[in-house]
Design a protein around this ligand. Structure first.
Ligand SMILES: NC(=O)c1ccc[n+]([C@@H]2O[C@H](COP(=O)([O-])OP(=O)(O)OC[C@H]3O[C@@H](n4cnc5c(N)ncnc54)[C@H](OP(=O)(O)O)[C@@H]3O)[C@@H](O)[C@H]2O)c1
Length: 301
């Protein structure tokens, strides 16, 4: 029942191609060899015909017998045959043509893939710009303000990771007298609301209790709307809100802390096809600052 299956030797396509190619080459070389022999016999025959049998004995060109020219022409044809077999057929035969074709097709496919990638990027850029324009009607000056490490870390355990007094001073100077829009978690990371600023807190909770003066909204668009009288409202974090607000902001005030930190909250990668750096001020490490950092401004292109 489970007798042995007879196994036929199998030749795959590539092997078959190699064999066919080898056979073709042998035939070409055989033909060349036959040509060589015929050429030798032919040349002897021409010499004998002229010198022994006296055929065309008086026929000369430029003082030389005709058979010399006939042998030379034949020799030229033979050399051409040799060239064909060893040069043209070897490098420019069907296999070579196929190889060139495959290379060309691969190159074209590569180009098509690159074009596709380019289109995709362009489409994403257009979509983001359109989304920005849509909200931009409501507020043209929305600025994200953030301090992020080299690895984009911004917070851990609902706290900031570093203390940089000059950065806090700058934050205060820029945001004072303005609306500051934030996620519920960032709001709760403050011991109390920050003075001289209007807090707009985003939460999904419908009955969120906040101190008086704090505006509570249930989505980002309502937050931007709540700040529409402000010519310079700020998005101040955290991670979740930055991610959503990046599409709507026209400026980023980034404090880049030149160090990597372990964190649980990160700022999204800044896409330099959308944002261009317009200012960069370096701050050294000193007695009050444990890390070097830079104040970098990005504006939407
Ligand atoms: N380095 C910096 O510059 C900087 C600045 C700010 C904050 N941080 C840090 O960032 C961390 C906090 O960031 P996080 O991402 O955890 O929280 P977050 O963005 O501050 O707040 C998240 C909360 O916002 C609400 N929310 C988010 N998207 C919403 C939407 N579409 N509609 C309605 N409500 C929405 C939800 O509140 P509910 O859960 O109440 O619904 C959500 O839990 C902390 O570590 C903080 O220290 C760093």
């Amino acid at each position: 029942m489970f007798g042995k299956k007879s196994t036929k030797p199998q030749i795959d396509k590539d092997q078959l191609e190699l064999i066919e190619n080898a056979q073709k080459r042998i035939k070409q070389k055989k033909r060349l060899y036959v040509h060589f022999v015929i050429f030798l016999i032919g040349a002897i025959f021409l010499i004998v015909a002229n010198t022994v049998l006296g055929i065309g004995k008086d026929l000369t060109f430029f003082g030389k017998e005709w058979f010399l020219y006939a042998i030379l022409i034949w020799l030229f044809l033979f050399v051409y045959h040799v060239f064909n077999v060893f040069i043209t057929n070897k490098f420019m035969g069907k296999a070579w043509e196929q190889q060139q074709l495959e290379k060309l097709v691969a190159k074209q496919q590569n180009r098509i893939e690159k074009l596709k990638e380019g289109f995709l990027k362009e489409e994403t850029l257009i979509a983001k710009t359109e989304a920005f324009k849509e909200t931009n009607i409501k507020n043209s000056n929305l600025t994200i303000i953030v301090a992020a490490a080299e690895n984009n870390a911004i917070g851990k355990g609902n706290q900031l990771i570093w203390h940089l007094s000059d950065d806090l001073k700058r934050f205060k100077a820029l945001t004072s007298e303005h609306h500051i829009i934030m996620g519920r978690k960032t709001f709760e990371s403050f011991p109390k609301p920050l003075p001289n600023r209007t807090h707009v807190v985003i939460t999904r909770q419908t009955n969120y209790n906040a101190p008086s003066g704090v505006i509570v909204v249930n989505n980002l668009k309502d937050a931007i709307d709540a700040a529409k009288t402000d010519k310079q409202p700020f998005i101040i974090g955290g991670g979740e809100i930055y991610k959503q607000a990046l599409t709507f902001a026209s400026k980023i005030e980034l404090t880049r802390v030149h160090h990597n930190f372990e964190a649980d909250t990160f700022f999204p990668e800044i896409d330099e096809t959308i944002w261009k750096e317009t200012a960069n001020i370096f701050h050294t490490k000193d007695a009050d600052h444990d890390y070097e950092f830079s104040f970098i401004t990005y504006e939407r292109k």
